[in-house]
Design a protein around this ligand. Structure first.
Ligand code: NAD
Length: 324
């Protein structure tokens, strides 16, 4: 039985369904701070914080848990700057409690949600490999990196098999009820602007990129969920392998203008952006090298930007109560 923390969230709900389709049994632990219980259907839900030792102990015992996927976290970069200690509490102190309770319960399989935010602002625009220097530039990225380090040390000491997945920019929806309600990611921000009949904002058009706007590696949430299934398979079949760190992206970058063009094509609406000043801390280009994920997991993404935007738009409309 796999316990998925944060399973009621945007990515977690996709992961839960993918695990169930793979034949695995799942229980979710989520405090519903940003998650939505109705996404879980009949999946058992323990409504509690990851920092709640008693709830963890009971869930491990009652559901005979033998592996944990840890997705629960706070993820808003700006908020992490304003409330750094809250982010360390939620993303690091809670993880310490979780890992400690796992050692007590003898659970030795672990998959951890990390982020491309661990890399910060790389100097070059080369593809980012797992050995690229990690220099997070905000508390969010720092907490994710600290979580990897805690996982590495724990896995080594207690003979675990663990995997830290560094997601790049996650987008799209697998089913209509699983929209990304996020207010920080580009594609939902563009949809919100279209709903409000204002032009989406483009932060800076003088970066050293193909068209001057920032380039990111967008990965479909359905492909990301499949990567989690592959990660579970890996830790199930490679005991005591320590913590393996993998980039999860497509290896292909898309500029902001390319995303806006794709939104216009998918929605039939005019998503022409309004150029505004650069934001502090936005790197020109962040694109993953994905060879290691292919070698270790046999996983590659199969959906492109158009698939992401189209599925996200369908889910967005149904999320907002609109129909075709
Ligand atoms: N969305 C992205 O583009 C992205 C990119 C890189 C990494 N990540 C990571 O992926 C994970 C999931 O992100 P998401 O986009 O699905 O976010 P989300 O906010 O939709 O999901 C987070 C889930 O965790 C739950 N949660 C939060 N704090 C909790 C706590 N203390 N105890 C129990 N449950 C708690 C929330 O209720 C929610 O269901 C996070 O760890 C995030 O850092 C996301």
């Amino acid at each position: 039985m796999w316990l998925v923390t944060g399973g009621a969230g945007y990515i977690g709900a996709h992961v839960v369904r993918a695990l169930q389709r793979s034949g695995r049994e799942v229980v979710v632990l989520d405090d519903l701070s940003t998650g939505i219980a109705s996404k879980l259907g009949d999946t058992p839900l323990v409504r509690a914080s990851v920092g709640d030792r008693e709830a963890l102990r009971a869930a491990f015992r009652d559901y005979k848990v033998d592996g944990v996927l840890h997705l629960a976290a706070k993820k808003a970069v700006g908020e992490s700057v304003e409330r750094p200690l809250y982010y360390w509490q939620e993303n690091v102190c809670n993880l310490q409690v979780l890992l400690e309770e796992m050692t007590q319960a003898g659970i030795a399989r672990f998959v951890y949600s990390s982020s491309a935010a661990v890399y910060g602002q790389p100097d070059s625009t080369d593809l980012i490999t797992e050995t690229t220097l990690c220099q997070p530039i905000n508390p969010y990225g720092a907490t994710k990196l600290a979580g990897e380090w805690m996982t590495t040390a724990t896995a080594a000491q207690y003979g675990w098999s663990a995997m830290s997945l560094r997601y790049f920019n996650v987008a799209g929806a697998g089913e209509a009820d699983l929209a990304d309600p996020g207010v920080f990611n580009l594609i939902p921000l563009v949809f919100r602007a279209l709903d409000n009949q204002v032009p989406p904002q483009v932060y800076g058009d003088d970066y050293p990129t193909v068209d001057g706007t920032c380039v990111r590696d967008y990965v479909h949430v359905v492909d990301l969920a499949d990567a989690h299934v592959a990660a579970c398979e890996y830790v199930e079949t490679h005991p005591a392998a320590g913590n393996t760190v993998l980039n999860i992206g497509t290896g292909r970058g898309s500029s902001v203008l390319e995303v806006l063009d794709t939104v216009s094509a998918a929605t039939g609406l005019d998503a022409t952006g309004a150029r505004v000043q650069r934001r502090a801390g936005d790197p020109a280009q962040l694109v993953a090298a994905v060879d290691r994920a292919r070698e270790v997991l046999g996983w590659t993404s199969s959906n492109d930007l158009s698939d992401m935007v189209t599925s996200a738009w369908q889910a967005w409309k149904s999320h907002n109560g609109e129909t075709e």
